[in-house]
Design a protein around this ligand. Structure first.
Ligand code: ASP
Ligand code: MG
Length: 428
């Protein structure tokens, strides 16, 4: 049994959905659980609905309308029969969305966010499932919330592995042992023990695929992407990228952690624990082999480059220039945790502690205010964090042309450079 994951880009329009059908048609003889995320940029659009609903309770309808028409356009292209039941199904889902955003918010923003934003995956899977059935790829639509059990950390829910494993064993395994060969379900969403919908963090559908694969267990997982596999650099910044045809779980975790956008960082561990290989393949060229992530090391260690833009360097000093000691560090880390900010790199000297974090116009001011209670804080934004895995001197020189290096951190395999791009500053 296999697990497939198709992300938003693969189902962003009718042609995309047809292409998914084509790929699934190539695997007709296999049992496949397919995880599908919200179409195109739907999640971003739903985030705007959540904001409108929560923050000023105005403009909700204006934010919903483009989402409705976007999906209707896709459905109109996919279903020539305008009486197809899928139109009613989607209508009902939108009615649910309107109902969820009617009146005053009753709970926290993060709670409301989950109830609203999760709807994108429901819509996408309903459309894809109906279309596949229409084209002869008989499948069951499954509600991921019947399986993926979580705590109630809204927007970043933690998986309840025991309950999830039970659900999968009791309800999903028998389904595939029976008539079902193909099932379509949502990524990104889960459910609390009180039956409220949760989400597990943006881009979390890869992780959902891994959770299903781990608990089934599946023979392998394939993430279908708009790139040929895991590349050694983002083609956005590099002309001469190389496809890594084979990488170890360890490398994949490190690359994902440092910011390769190809695989969600949480995806690897559940697969590694059961030794389930992960394929990253192109939905544009589905016959190509792509990248396989497994417990096998690639003997060929090609340098990989990861860029994180919009970094802020924050330097923290004690107000009286005394040393930064463990007690201060404890306070500092507590502030980061409270502000919900992930540290990308950190470095300390006797009197200062410096970190680089992703810029965030809401969270950063909260953090600075927290830190300023006890410390002197200076910061510098608009920076880039470059990570090179399997680096050598030549690669460092290559990435630091026209930059000022503000922080440098080296380990045996990885170098991280926080730089100010000087070229950008001189351009108009
Ligand atoms: N639709 C969600 C998002 O865009 C989850 C995912 O795509 O993996 O973040
Ligand atoms: Mg997505």
């Amino acid at each position: 049994m296999k697990v497939f994951k198709f992300g938003g880009a693969s189902v962003k329009d009718a042609a995309g959905v047809r292409n998914v059908a084509k790929i699934l048609g190539m695997y007709k003889d296999e049992n496949i659980l397919t995880v599908v995320s919200a179409m195109g940029k739907t999640t971003n659009m739903l985030e705007k609905v959540a904001e409108a609903f929560y923050h000023n309770n105005a403009g909700v309808a204006e934010q919903i309308e483009p989402i409705r028409s976007y999906h209707l356009t896709i459905m109109n292209e996919l279903f020539s029969n305008k009486n197809h039941p899928v139109f009613d199904t989607i209508n009902n889902v939108f009615a649910e969305l309107e109902w969820a955003t009617d009146g005053e918010p009753t709970k926290s923003y993060d709670f409301e966010y989950d109830q609203i934003v999760s709807i994108g995956e429901v819509i996408a899977t309903r459309i894809v499932s109906a279309y596949l059935n229409e084209t002869g790829l008989k499948n069951s639509w499954l509600d991921a919330r019947d399986y993926i059990s979580t705590d109630d950390t809204w927007r970043n829910a933690a998986i309840n592995w025991e309950a999830t494993e039970n659900n999968v064993q009791q309800k999903l395994v028998p389904l595939f042992a029976g008539k079902t060969k193909l099932a379509i379900t949502q990524g990104f969403i889960g459910v609390t023990s009180e039956n409220y919908t949760t989400t597990i963090g943006r881009e979390g559908s890869d992780f959902t695929a891994a959770i299903f694969a781990h608990t089934l267990p599946a023979t392998d997982v394939t993430i279908w992407k708009d790139v040929p596999g895991v590349l050694n650099a983002d083609p956005k910044w590099f002309d001469d990228t190389v496809l890594l045809d084979k990488i170890s779980y360890r490398d994949a975790i490190e690359l994902a952690w440092f910011g390769t956008s190809v695989i969600h960082p949480k995806t690897i561990q559940p697969l590694q624990n059961k030794n389930i290989p992960l394929y990253v393949k192109s939905f544009i060229e589905p016959d190509k082999t792509g990248t396989v992530v497994s417990n096998e090391e690639n003997p060929l260690q090609i340098p990989s480059f990861i860029y994180r833009m919009n970094q802020v360097l924050i330097s923290i000093m004690s107000k009286d220039f005394s040393f930064i000691v463990e007690k201060n560090l404890m306070e500092i880390f507590k502030s980061f945790s409270e502000a919900g900010i992930k540290i990308n790199i950190m470095q300390n000297t006797a009197i200062s502690f410096s970190v680089s974090v992703d810029d965030d116009k809401y969270k950063i001011p909260v953090l600075i205010a927290l830190l300023q209670k006890d410390f002197k804080v200076v910061y510098n934004s608009g920076l880039e964090l470059i990570t090179v895995r399997n680096y050598n001197q030549q690669t460092i020189e290559r990435v630091t042309i026209n930059t000022e290096v503000l922080l440098e951190l080296k380990s045996r395999k990885t170098v991280q450079l926080l730089v100010k791009n000087l070229e950008q500053l001189t351009s108009p």
